[in-house]
Design a binder for this molecule. Structure first.
Ligand code: GMT
Length: 382
């Protein structure tokens, strides 16, 4: 059988710290490893994208500041750059991560090109593009329009598919392709990382990683930590994708000074994941929660709120513990149970790692995206 030719994929995502950008970067990296070209188009280079890797290209979108505009526009320069890169590099597919405004820009870019040479458009919804902006009357109709005109739409969980169908009245089929994580080797020994963080021999390291946005409920995270007994049994390490200083007063008020250790904007995530004993995630909603998966890959089970797509990632009682939303005390009790029982932590950690490897690895998930690209390209040829 003839080997299919490598594909040329344009990828647009938010380059800043956030699950959709991380996933898009990892996808581009894996596609390039499989011999395809991944052309990133964004206002900045995505922060986890490796430098100098063959098959990975970055095309910056330059935005000029015009006095006439009260609000600077990104959609138009992005669409012009998408059209330019599509034409110059003969892209097969424009794959946009997070609908707003990327999907609209891709549809516009496609319509700027001659029909025969325009790329297919694949839109992956990640979360608040549906659950927040999809419900906003100022965005909803534009999102629905871009989804209906995409050649394929994917969501990162069944939960997000249901939300999209319910709130955006999208009639076209939606493929669910869960997130994946392919950990790199840690660069430092576990003991060195724990020493740097000041984790004592008898202390359990609880990990929280997020961009601290309101829906991550850092207030609930700190409140649950404050209820954990005994107090000196743990340290809470927060890997913050944003400035943590707005929360330092709360840390002091709850008597958690010295018990909460913060690292901001870190890139060597694996170093910290390998050092962690358990994760704690307190979001109001998550379409998937990539941070939980990242921890699972290092045999680290999580305690998390039972919301959104998290039950698709964690089987409660087997690979972690899910607690009903709003039950701050329940979160603290679940963490205490795992602190008190290293055997339970180890067995849940092993189940978590197995689940991550069997369901959410690059080997299975990237293949799903490749099949989807081939399908939309074949549809175009037909
Ligand atoms: O929707 C968002 O809040 C933004 C997005 C991001 O860029 O971080 O987060 C979502 O995408 C991640 C990757 O697919 C998911 O793991 C997160 O659960 C999801 N966030 C929410 O649904 C709140």
């Amino acid at each position: 059988m003839e080997t299919p030719r490598p594909l040329r994929i344009g990828i647009t995502c938010y380059p800043s710290v956030g699950g959709s950008g991380i996933l898009a970067s990892a996808l581009g990296e894996e596609l390039a490893r499989r011999g395809h070209e991944a052309h990133f188009i964004s206002y900045e280079r995505p922060f986890r994208l490796p430098w100098g890797a063959p098959g990975i290209f970055f095309h910056p979108v330059v935005i000029n500041d015009y006095g006439l505009f009260k609000y600077p526009d990104y959609t138009l320069p992005l669409s012009v750059k998408m059209a330019e890169v599509s034409r110059d590099h003969h892209l097969d597919v424009l794959h946009v991560h997070y609908a707003v405004p990327h999907a609209t820009a891709a549809i516009l870019a496609r319509s700027m090109l001659p029909a025969g040479s325009a790329p297919r458009v694949v839109t992956t919804l990640h979360g608040t593009d549906t659950t927040l902006l999809g419900r906003d009357a100022g965005y909803g109709p534009a999102i629905t329009h871009a989804l209906e005109r995409s050649d394929a739409v994917t969501t990162v969980s069944e939960f997000l598919k249901r939300e999209t169908q319910a709130h955006l009245s999208v009639r076209k089929p939606i493929d669910v392709i869960h997130n994946f994580f392919e950990p790199r080797e840690a660069r430092r020994p576990r003991a060195a990382v724990r020493a740097e963080l000041g984790i004592g021999d008898s202390e359990v390291m609880i990990l929280h990683a997020s961009n601290l946005r309101p829906l991550k409920r850092i207030d609930v995270l700190l409140e649950s930590a404050a209820r954990i007994r005994p107090r000196d049994s743990f340290k809470l390490v927060v890997l913050a994708g944003a400035d943590f200083s707005p929360f330092t007063q709360e840390v002091e008020r709850l008597g958690l000074t010295g018990r909460v250790v913060v690292r901001e904007q870190i890139t060597d995530i694996e170093d910290y994941l390998q050092a962690a004993d358990l994760g704690l995630f307190t979001s109001d909603v998550e379409s998937f929660c990539l941070s939980i998966l990242e921890a699972m890959c290092f045999s680290c089970p999580s305690v998390a709120t039972q919301v959104g797509g998290i039950p698709e990632v964690v089987e409660s009682g087997r690979s972690g513990i899910l607690v009903p939303h709003g039950d701050t005390d329940g979160l603290a009790r679940a963490v205490e149970a795992l602190i008190a029982d290293p055997g339970l932590r180890a067995s849940m950690g092993a189940a978590a790692r197995l689940r991550a490897r069997s369901l959410f690895s690059a080997a299975s998930i990237v293949t799903r995206y490749e099949e989807l690209y081939r399908r939309v390209c074949a549809g175009a040829a037909a």
